[in-house]
Design a protein around this ligand. Structure first.
Ligand code: ADP
Ligand code: MG
Length: 238
């Protein structure tokens, strides 16, 4: 059984079909990539899956055997589905540690366990104990992305949805991010990864789906998908 399965998922904003009849399956343990030009519906697809801030208008979404398309975001999170956002988000007034603690507490863990998983997740992404008390507001863009990842990992999710983790990063930072995503997958966390940059998805994902104007344009082995003439045209046109 697939860990995540979407069947005919749609979400419209007025007359704009942002996500249009999308179906796919993600197997436990894989890194599944989603690419597509800007505005093709990638982030909206993540929103509909996680229920943050909204679910789909139509279609079914099954996660770990449970239908989640009508559940609230926090319920979905507690089933073991975590996400990061395209814009690096943190509570600037809280410390690095307090931010990660929001993740483990949101995931439903009690105080002692929540503190331990927050600390472990922060160290995993590269923060040292001296960083724990720093306000999140003084971190660099890359550090904020690492903090957002740690906050999601602190939830101890079965699956993690990453929305453009490499955007606005330098080349060395992108390389570090690729390594970090690999290590996160090696913890046994299934990953659904959105990226505009195809090369990053090529090196990481076992399956690649390309969205265009809300619909699935191509799906399959990453090398086959990027060679698809329709995919080449969608990217050249963007
Ligand atoms: P991507 O992440 O692939 O760049 P998005 O999912 O952000 O694309 O957006 C898909 C389309 O939906 C775009 O045309 C965007 O303007 C529109 N859109 C996204 N969110 C909203 C919203 N909350 N209200 C209205 N339109 C939206
Ligand atoms: Mg987006």
């Amino acid at each position: 059984m697939a860990l995540l399965e979407l069947d005919g998922v749609s979400k419209a904003f007025g007359s704009l079909k942002a996500v249009d009849n999308v179906s796919f399956k993600v197997e436990a343990g894989e890194i599944f990539g989603i690419a597509g030009p800007n505005g093709s519906g990638k982030s909206t697809l993540f929103n509909t899956i996680t229920g943050i801030p909204f679910g789909p208008d139509r279609g079914t979404i099954r996660f770990d055997g449970v239908e989640i398309q009508k559940l609230r975001g926090h319920r979905i999170a507690r089933l073991g589905l975590a996400r990061t956002f395209q814009r690096e988000t943190a509570f600037d007034g809280l410390t690095v540690f307090e931010n990660a603690l929001m993740g483990s507490a949101f995931g439903g863990q009690q105080t002692v366990e929540a503190a331990a998983s927050a600390a472990e997740a922060l160290e995993f992404v590269g923060f040292s104990a001296q960083d724990f008390g720093r306000p999140a507001g003084e971190l660099s863009v890359f550090q904020r992305k690492c903090l957002m990842l740690a906050t999601a990992i602190a939830m101890k999710p079965k699956m993690l949805l990453l929305d453009e983790p490499a955007s606005s990063l330098t080349k060395p930072e992108i390389d570090s991010s690729i390594e970090l995503i690999r290590r996160t997958a090696a913890r046994g966390i299934t990953i659904l990864l959105i990226e505009h940059v195809l090369t990053l998805l090529m090196s990481l994902s076992q399956h690649l789906l390309v969205l265009n104007e809300g619909s699935v344009l191509a799906l399959g082995d990453p090398r086959t998908v990027v060679a698809d003439q329709r995919v080449v045209e969608a990217y050249l046109g963007s």
